[in-house]
Design a protein around this ligand. Structure first.
Ligand code: SF4
Length: 84
């Protein structure tokens, strides 16, 4: 019997995972139109906050259920806990 050795990466973003586990991240990011995207600096700052947040689990925000990389990419998006 094969033992399940999959580990949960609490602070991981999708970009940290193997390509086959990235859930079409680039496709979802590309679907957000250029004018609606957060500037690169703001995007990375948002993700740094998420990495420090206890609600981040396996790239997902437990407060809203979103992949944080996709949520943070939209300029108008807000953190559900008002952290960014
Ligand atoms: S609550 Fe905010 S800071 Fe925490 S993971 Fe969700 S979006 Fe990121």
């Amino acid at each position: 019997m094969e033992e399940n050795t999959r580990r949960i990466c609490k602070r991981c973003l999708l970009r940290d995972l193997a390509e086959e586990d990235q859930k079409d991240l680039s496709k979802y990011l590309a679907a957000i139109k250029e004018p609606d995207r957060a500037p690169e600096k703001q995007y990375e700052e948002r993700l740094l906050v998420c990495r420090e947040c206890d609600l981040l689990t396996e790239a997902t925000c437990l407060a809203c259920g979103c992949y944080v990389e996709i949520r943070a990419y939209a300029k108008a998006a807000r953190c559900p806990k008002k952290k960014w």
